[in-house]
Design a protein around this ligand. Structure first.
Ligand SMILES: Nc1ncnc2c1ncn2[C@@H]1O[C@H](COP(=O)(O)OP(=O)(O)OP(=O)(O)O)[C@@H](O)[C@H]1O
Length: 262
């Protein structure tokens, strides 16, 4: 596979279940994310946000990822159903995935520089160190982490810093598709807007799908929102249009959280 020619993530009527289960946790979800048009996914806990994002990020049932039971998901022009092992590995080089709680799985004794560079050297152990350093610096900058952190060990970092290291690692290969699950969980409220703003900038040049917690976070990233409730879409469109005309009690509850108290 050469460079992907399609820039978009296309989800069409997708239904998903977890490995070893036939119970659908995502049903009939459709949207398109492309450069300049990110998609944020909102929904209460257990709504299916991570399940959906894991499927888009090419996780397979073998790795405890979800299974597509209906519809289709195409990432950068490749249908994920029936994607062979080698084609999947090649496509993964163009897909950045910052998993929910990915920061908790970082190796504590590694340095920030080594963690962020790891996708580069996993692909090519002989990759030029200087060039890798430039990519790592760019990724740290995108998540607003200072270069002075490069030699710090993961165990020395706060939860919010680890979260940003995890996001930087997902960015280091300059992915054409970026899947980000709960990007500011655990972040200091002073830093969070900066990270969301960084995502908005990244979304100008790549397809971004981000699961977020609040309408405010969705607004900060921009694009359109898909609201999930029990695995089904209960609202889709620009977040402010959804909140202005809620068609489901959950969307109404989101709108209420934003109204100033009387
Ligand atoms: N590995 C798994 N095996 C079976 N069921 C799972 C698995 N992971 C999640 N689920 C179930 O799938 C449903 C959707 O979970 P998911 O994690 O996608 O929701 P979410 O919207 O991301 O929630 P949260 O906001 O809490 O992260 C839930 O009912 C959850 O219990």
């Amino acid at each position: 596979m050469t460079e992907p020619t399609h820039a978009a993530i296309r989800v069409h009527d997708a239904s998903l279940a977890h490995a070893g289960s036939t119970a659908l946790v995502v049903r009939g979800v459709s949207f398109v994310a492309e450069p300049g048009a990110p998609v944020t996914v909102l929904g209460p806990t257990g709504a299916g946000k991570s399940t959906l994002l894991d499927a888009i990020a090419l996780q397979t049932p073998k790795e405890q990822g979800p299974e597509l039971h209906g519809g289709s998901i195409a990432v950068l022009g490749h249908d994920v159903r029936g994607l062979g092992g080698r084609a999947r590995t090649r496509l993964l080089a163009f897909v950045g995935h910052a998993e929910q709680r990915g920061s908790e799985r970082l190796e504590g004794t590694m340095t920030v520089g080594d963690v962020v560079a790891s996708p580069i050297f996993d692909r090519d152990p002989r990759f030029d160190r200087k060039e890798a350093g430039v990519a790592v610096a760019g990724a740290l900058d995108a998540v607003r982490l200072p270069l002075g952190m490069l030699d710090r060990h993961v165990f020395e970092l706060s939860r919010g810093q680890r979260q940003r290291v995890s996001l930087a690692r997902a960015l280091v290969l300059d992915p054409k598709a970026l899947i980000v699950d709960d990007p500011i969980s655990g972040l200091d409220p002073v830093v969070a807007p900066d990270v969301l703003d960084g995502l908005r900038t990244l979304a100008e040049t790549r397809a971004v799908v981000a699961a977020v917690r609040t309408p405010r976070q969705a607004r900060a990233i921009g694009g359109t929102s898909v609201v999930l409730h029990r695995g089904r879409v209960v609202g889709a469109g620009p977040i402010d249009a959804l909140l202005a005309d809620p068609r489901h009690p959950y969307v109404e509850s989101l709108a209420r959280t934003e109204r100033p108290a009387a």
